[in-house]
Design a protein around this ligand. Sequence first.
Ligand code: ADP
Ligand code: MG
Length: 655
Amino acid sequence: MNVIELKNLKKTYYLGKLDVPVLRGIDLEIMQGEFVAIMGHSGSGKSTLLNILGLLDKPTEGSYKLAEVEISNYSDNELAALRNHYLGFVFQQFNLLPRLTILENVALPAMYTNLKDKKAHEDPVKLLNMVGLSERISHRPNEISGGQQQRVAIARSLINKPLIIFADEPTGNLDTKSAKEIIKILKDLNNAGITIIMVTHEPELTSYATRTIKMRDGLIISDEKTTDKSSTVAQQPTRQFKYKSFSLSRVKDYFIQASRAITGNKMRSILSVLGVMIGVASLIAMLAVGAGAKKSVEKQLSSLGSNLLCINPGVTKKGGISYETGDYMKFESEDVDDIKRNVPGIKYVSGYKRGRVQVVANGNNHNTALFGVSVAYADLKTSHPSIGRFFTEDENKERKKVILLGETVVEKIYKDKKFNSIGEYVKIDRIDFQVIGVLPAKGSNGWQDEDDRVVIPLSTALHRVMGSRRLDCMVAQVKDGADMNEVAEAIKKRLLFTHRMPPSAQDAVEVSNMEDLRKMYSSTVRTFSILLGSTAFISLLVGGIGIMNIMFVSVSERTKEIGLRKAIGANNADILFQFIIESIFVCCVGGIMGILLGTGISVTISKLAGDWKTCITLFSVVLAFGFSVLTGLIFGVWPARKASLLNPIDALRHD
Ligand code: ADP
Ligand code: MG
């Protein structure tokens, strides 16, 4: 039987506009069981011919029958399966995968064989025993000599019981002794019935061959049979050819290969993981800061109480010019009562007079915020004392020297937050105030400690402490169900009326709705979050580009690996799947570490910021993780895909 039959086979390389004919019409028949040596000067086209015979490269034109089947129009995947099932390769450069052990290298082609045919495999240990390397099965290729590596390559070529073994200058890189061992092994295999086609430029090796073909300038110039070997060999039954492009049953093998690639090149893996990790961590941390800020503002806004209107003296303008003095509306304590009595829809209203004072008692001295307020303050601000009581309307009217302390003030003065200060006296501006209550703890609102304050009756503040009768502002709480805007308008109208100002002096008083303030705050916080988010997104992108760089840097090494895998029968789906698993794994590890790191950073920020809590949202975790896995996947698989589209031989030659 003819295992190979070529008719007018041509190969031309196109280099730009220049045609380089390398094979210029080859007719050749090779019988099963032959040992063919191909000789010729360098550049005569020997390797090109061998690569085409071995289905690693495609002819430009002509007919090629392998085992009497015309294959010149087979698809890449069909050719991959043919290489895997029927052909074995021995290269001058051995082409073992450096990170696999000897045993794994030998068994590698079996991974790409259909499961149904698995029983057709040789035992890799037996093969290594045959080539005399049974002691070295767990070594790596770089731990053995060149001659030994070539013996491993021969064992690898035998794993699927090939019909033909192709060897391109198999002894070219070896010393004479190793060369002899290799050629003897090949001869033994030939004696066992395997067809061998070998390129060599060493004439002494041709004595082992049964036939010697000489080439020059892309043509066969002589063809001599030394023995008619073919007739003596029993015909091997032609195995039925089955082709399957991709099988899920190989998933385990893909995982093993991927984990090999990851653990094999630690630096590359670590850098990739690092890239993903930094991207994920920064995105999570920044989004957490944004979400935390939002929450804190919302909390603070809600602590202000609901349905509140702030009434501030505004500036009246005449013709768009604001005047320095005289045109402000001056609030006095009478205004508080007047509004309460005359504007419908108001539940509580309190005047405010603020200042900073020195509180002295118990030998200590503390600077704090003083609030002169109306009795309604307790309800308005939900500030009913935690111990003691609030002051009464009578005490306010009589300008009583009573005071409520915030927890922080208690702590500063009495050195104990829980100290029962009721009945004690504190001095403010040399005036003695009696403590009647402690304000409920409110914590910090992000900018200030709400417990670092003292509260006294408004009249006391106006007449005894601050030395000015003018209120800073008033705060009103609107009854449930009343329209905030209507009440605000009514307050304005009333104030303009009582202060004898024309209704046109709209700017003299400013009534702001807390709801508006809330909205404004929220939109500010949203902008802030977007800013942080986009910064984080950029860092994620930078991480992604880092991954891409690393993947591209390693592409030449990977291209060689891909070439070898394709040469021994992997198809494009096999290659892609391995790389996808590898990338997903790297990204997931990086992603998980990034989540942990990002959480750690957020918690640290929380700690450093005191009461202000960062807030990690599920959304940010999913976003960060999803995005990084996606970038890793794209940049990890893209170079692999590029490489997998090359001819096996071009990929193998890549450098
Ligand atoms: P041999 O193995 O006999 O030394 P080759 O088959 O490797 O020769 O190469 C034959 C000719 O084809 C050489 O002139 C070489 O430069 C050319 N050649 C081989 N591969 C390529 C390629 N990929 N692109 C362009 N020219 C090539
Ligand atoms: Mg060559």
